[in-house]
Design a protein around this ligand. Structure first.
Ligand code: MN
Ligand code: MN
Length: 462
């Protein structure tokens, strides 16, 4: 055997998807991402992601899940958990006792929430107090156009939906930052405090209510507008979930248009690709196929709509009960692709990765055997046989894929919903799209990687 033969026999050749995929496949990836960008523009919050996905699902014949009903192969159902999390399922031909194929992503993204008593006036301007949600670099959110999304529940329990800043003609909002000329003290702060949590104040207006008798006329003028336009009073903010997000739309990035730049791609990129794989099923799958979109991943998967909540357990219980099957029987036989993004190698900061085990943009969907930090703390470490079966599944389907871990050992780390699903006795592995500038207001992904992730989910049924 020559050295060249030995080399090609033993080592895996790594190749950029831009060379490995056919021209037709790359065109398919580009076309696929047009739908993805529209989805991102319509789904800036977890609420809107649920609404948008349900609309797509209903077009394909999905109906609300009815506990206790005996479903047959090909039936399509969805379960809306409080408007903030979603389960979509297509019933398979095999008995539920053989397990389900689960794809689990999350639809909450780092953002800035309004406080429950937000409105105040300072220096003759009206502002809103906020409390950030998830892991953000706070300084990234200053001096950029922001939109306000969410729901307000009035005293009589009637609901107002809010979306301001997305339409071309809408006003936007802004968190002001200091001019460099006067920032000498600010620039000496540690980066985490360049803009402090209590400095993320959102400008909402600056003109006074035209009456000289009262105080705080600017705040009062905004109050008048809120009453007139939304029929709300200050106390209604107490029962509201209002989220500040970037006001711009998803864009192609690069002269070659190879990348997608947008807010909220962690993890709506996996929500969309897994949902699409389910929606595009042409026949009943072999095993029941489920796409789950969880809330609250960015703050620890907590709460009734987070992955530590019971809604998946109850759904499987209700789905299996009419057949006399215990839910743990279903879980123990099930497989899960925990669908979440990974951190792509940033050409400007390659030193945080260990190159042999790092994901590169355009090298396909990324499998992570484990996540976590330090000694794999907080991770789901998939077994070798399950990793093997996923590897075979992707290779058999001709999916472009790579493997990685989240940065150098002891560089930092992070977790996903994988660990909480694995705790239900489900074989689970992390898979998803590598992202640049993750958790920033403008995250970047590759169209080839997005499409490869979609293809990976499509292969799950095989
Ligand atoms: Mn994520
Ligand atoms: Mn995240």
């Amino acid at each position: 055997m020559t050295a060249a033969e030995l080399k090609s026999k033993f080592f895996t050749e790594k190749k950029n998807g831009g060379l490995k995929l056919s021209v037709e496949e790359i065109a398919c990836a580009d076309a696929f991402c047009e739908g993805y960008k529209t989805f991102l523009d319509n789904a800036k919050t977890e609420f809107e992601a649920v609404e948008t996905l349900i609309a797509l699902a209903e077009e394909k014949g999905f109906v609300p899940f009815e506990p206790g009903k005996k479903y047959v192969a090909g039936d399509k159902v969805y379960l809306n958990n409080r408007g903030k999390a979603l389960i979509m399922a297509v019933i398979g031909e095999e008995c539920l006792c053989k397990g389900v194929n689960l794809m689990a992503s999350h639809i909450d993204s780092p953002r800035i929430d309004l406080k429950q008593v937000p409105l105040y006036e300072a220096s003759e301007m009206a502002l809103l107090k906020t409390h950030y949600y998830g892991g953000i670099k706070k300084y990234q959110w200053g001096a950029m156009p922001l939109a306000l999304h969410g729901v307000i529940v009035r005293a009589d329990m009637s609901t107002v939906k809010v979306s301001i800043g997305e339409d071309e003609n809408d006003p936007v909002f802004v968190i002001t930052d200091l001019l460099p000329h006067l920032a000498a003290d600010q620039m000496k702060r540690p980066a985490g405090e360049i803009l402090k949590g209590e400095e993320l104040n959102v400008v909402i207006g600056s003109r006074p209510f035209r009456d000289d008798e009262a105080s705080e006329l600017i705040k009062l003028n905004i109050a008048a507008l809120l009453m007139e336009k939304y029929d709300i009073v200050e106390a209604d903010f107490l029962s509201a979930e209002l989220e500040i997000v970037p006001a711009y739309k998803a864009k192609d990035v690069g002269l070659d248009r190879s990348l997608v730049g947008a807010y909220g791609q962690d993890d709506r990129v996996c929500a969309y690709t897994s949902a699409k794989a389910l929606l595009d099923l042409e026949a009943a799958p072999k095993k029941t196929m489920i796409a789950l979109m969880a809330d609250k991943e960015e703050i620890g998967s907590v709460g009734a709509t987070g992955m530590k909540g019971a809604f998946l357990k109850y759904f499987i219980k209700d789905l299996a009960a009419p057949y006399g099957i215990e839910y743990h029987t279903v879980f123990s036989a099930s497989k899960c692709l925990s669908a979440d993004v990974s951190a792509a190698v940033d050409p400007t900061f390659p030193e945080v990765h260990e190159k042999m085990n790092a994901p590169f943009v355009n090298y396909g969907t990324c499998i992570m055997k484990f996540t976590g930090s330090r000694g794999k703390g907080g991770s789901n470490d998939a077994t070798a046989p399950f990793m093997g079966s996923v590897r075979k599944m992707l290779d058999d389907a001709g999916v472009l894929w790579q493997t990685a871990e989240l940065g150098k050992v002891d560089q930092g780390g992070g977790g996903t919903v994988a660990a909480y699903i694995a705790e239900l006795d489900v074989d689970t592995i992390d898979i998803g799209v590598p992202v640049l500038s993750m958790h920033a207001p403008f995250e970047v992904t590759s169209k080839i990687d997005i499409y490869s992730t979609y293809k990976a989910f499509c292969a799950f049924d095989k």
